[in-house]
Design a protein around this ligand. Structure first.
Ligand code: GLN
Length: 289
């Protein structure tokens, strides 16, 4: 924690406003500070109106201490989602913890793209490879209830989290434990969707992501090891005209295009994330091969 700021402690009464200002001085964003304070006080994380209407109120000492601890965890780069145990993805409330990657809003772009590829396919068959918390699979099933949605993860721990989310949301998914398409047998899909690990092993950015499972993040010297494997395998599990859609790093779009073209995909193209960076690339398995 940085020093030099008036640091609230249990001996001094601190207002809601002052606690939020202190947290921002420690380096957390305003929104994060608000969410952590609501969590510390046992309020619904959406109840920011409570913060506004209670700005001048004094925080109870236990709440204040709890808040200080949570802010310190965030300053040490722990995702807010792990601290609160929850994250909203595509409008769905998910339970998340350190067994799974913290679902990012940027990944919603991949879901939207998959939904548009499947828009004209009645009762589509779709799989999410490396499902983690189940975010992509559950978002697809929620948006297309008639779809037959499968989800794969190598991590038994991740599947426990994903299955708990599916149960809470009452969204039936077919689960498979294993490595990428090898977990699919000879099942055929209209779309294979994945947010695989794609960070280069030596990327210094991994240091700030150290609370998340390394197996969900790092993928070899150039970060493309898993994307190459998926692209090589996917054709055997795609129906003619089926799509493979992948999330990847901010500077990997061209490299992923090459991987997809070399693996035999057509109509290779990309989609930007919320910051306008080409973050997802995909291609179509030929109708005639
Ligand atoms: N988007 C994440 C990050 O770089 C990485 C997620 C992934 O490797 N699939 O912060």
């Amino acid at each position: 924690m940085t020093s030099g700021y008036p640091r609230p402690n249990a001996e001094h009464a601190v207002t809601v406003q002052a606690a939020l200002a202190w947290a921002q001085q420690q380096g957390v964003t305003r929104l994060e500070a608000q969410v952590l304070l609501l969590h510390s006080a046992g309020h619904d994380l959406h109840d920011r109106a409570w913060l506004l209407s209670h700005g001048p109120d004094t925080l109870a000492a236990p709440v204040h201490l709890n808040f200080q601890t949570l802010v310190a965890r965030r300053v040490a780069h722990e995702p807010v989602a792990y601290i609160t145990g929850q994250k909203e993805f595509f409008g769905l409330p998910l339970l998340v913890d350190a067994r799974v990657l913290d679902p990012r809003a940027d990944t919603e772009v991949l879901v939207e793209w998959a939904l548009s590829c499947l828009a004209d396919v009645p009762d589509p068959h779709v799989v999410d490879l490396g499902t983690g918390s189940g975010a992509i699979a559950l978002a697809l099933k929620h948006s297309r209830p008639q779809a037959d949605v499968w989800a794969v993860d190598l991590s038994a721990d991740a599947l426990v989290v994903a299955q708990a989310n599916a149960q809470r949301l009452a969204l039936p998914i077919t689960w498979r434990q294993g490595s990428w398409c090898t977990a699919l047998g000879d099942a055929q899909f209209d779309a294979i969707v994945s947010n695989p690990p794609y960070v280069a092993d030596c990327d210094p950015h991994l240091q700030t992501l150290r609370h998340e499972p390394l197996s969900a993040l790092a993928a070899g010297p150039d970060g493309l090891d898993d994307i190459r494997q998926i692209a090589q395998q996917a054709g055997s599990n795609l129906r003619p005209g089926g799509w493979l859609l992948l999330e990847h790093g901010f500077d990997q779009a061209l490299a992923v295009h090459d991987v997809l073209l070399n693996a035999g995909f057509e109509q290779v193209q990309s989609r930007p994330d919320l910051a306008g960076i080409l973050r997802c690339s995909g291609g179509r398995w030929p109708t005639m091969k």
